[in-house]
Design a protein around this ligand. Structure first.
Ligand SMILES: [Zn+2]
Length: 320
């Protein structure tokens, strides 16, 4: 549901959590309040259900309970990650690589936005996957390094591109204060159990005037997503997603901007992007696939012309 253009792979950049506890009364990962209402999607892992909740204070949508460190380790082990059987993303190292390469079509646009703010300096990518975007940024004037949780990705970064990439979770990564000019996170924030705290950490690592750029899917901001949620709410049904709970957070333009501001970033800008109808990943039954394909055409032009209803969001914030 969240793979970008041409089935770009599932993010390899997921961090294990230190706590194995699950929450009886879920706390909103953004505003930290604990009043929420149901949101009509759920995921399943090992016969355990992860329901989506919508915060009544800030409208942030998140899964509760959060996956434990054991469950995260399971979901992102090479074996499970590449062969999970879900109708989702890549299913082998070769597919993953192909998808990573094809995903590079969006690099000029993303780096173009970053270059409006910073044109050189130290560029750090959190969850750099196989290193394609880091390599691209290096070719365009940045001094690059990164961190990647999955061994598959971290090894590829070193072997393929000779990149300076550490294999680790970002939670365990020591803060290097005031060091970086740009910190980029592509398809990462939706996976963190503590996305706000990770943005705060990135904030501390940036120099004054440096920027964070975070790209996330926004499944329920598109026309199809909005209609699906409205329809499910009317019917009183919950959609069981055919994949493990890789995405524990669902962002809208508003909640993404709020999270950056709460983490301390200033001049926050949200760019709404959209996949072209030829490149979307279709799942579900014939009706769902046909409807999504059909609606993606008007949605595509509306987003391109008016900057609304996008299915991808790029947030940029400045460390002031
Ligand atoms: Zn909240």
């Amino acid at each position: 549901m969240t793979t970008p253009d041409l089935q770009e792979p599932k993010s390899l950049s997921i961090m294990p959590q230190d706590s194995d506890t699950t929450e009886a009364s879920p706390t909103c990962p953004l505003c930290k309040k604990n009043k929420s209402t149901s949101f009509p999607i759920s995921y399943l892992l090992d016969q355990k259900t992860f329901d989506a909740r919508k915060c009544l204070s800030c409208n942030f949508v998140y899964l509760a309970p959060r996956p434990t460190s054991r469950e995260i380790a399971l979901m992102y082990s090479d074996e499970y990650f590449l062969h999970d059987g879900a109708d989702f993303g890549a299913h082998s190292a070769q597919d993953y690589e192909t998808a990573a390469r094809l995903g590079s079509v969006k690099f000029p646009e993303i780096l173009g936005w970053i270059k409006k703010y910073q044109t050189d300096g130290k560029f750090f990518e959190i969850g750099c996957g196989m290193g394609y975007f880091l390599d691209y940024a290096r070719q365009h004037g940045f001094e690059v390094s990164g961190i990647e949780f999955a061994a598959l990705g971290a090894n590829a970064c070193k072997e393929k591109f000779g990149l300076e990439v550490l294999q680790s979770s970002f939670e365990k990564y020591p803060v290097k204060e005031n060091l970086y000019t740009v910190i980029f996170m592509g398809d990462v924030l939706e996976h963190f159990n503590e996305p706000l705290e990770m943005l705060q950490k990135a904030h501390a690592m940036l120099k004054s005037g440096g920027i964070v750029a975070a790209e996330v899917p926004s499944m329920f901001n598109s026309i199809t997503g909005r209609l699906a949620v409205a329809g499910l709410n009317i019917l009183g049904k919950t959609k069981k997603m055919p994949m493990p709970p890789y995405h524990v957070n669902e962002f809208t333009p508003r909640t993404l901007a709020l999270m950056l501001k709460t983490a301390g970033f200033g001049s926050v800008r949200i760019v709404q992007r959209i996949k072209s109808p030829q490149r979307i990943t279709l799942r579900g039954n014939v009706f769902e696939k046909t409807t999504k394909k059909f609606l993606q055409y008007p949605n595509f032009y509306i987003t391109r012309l008016a900057g609304v209803l996008g299915d991808r969001l790029l947030a940029i914030g400045i460390r002031t």
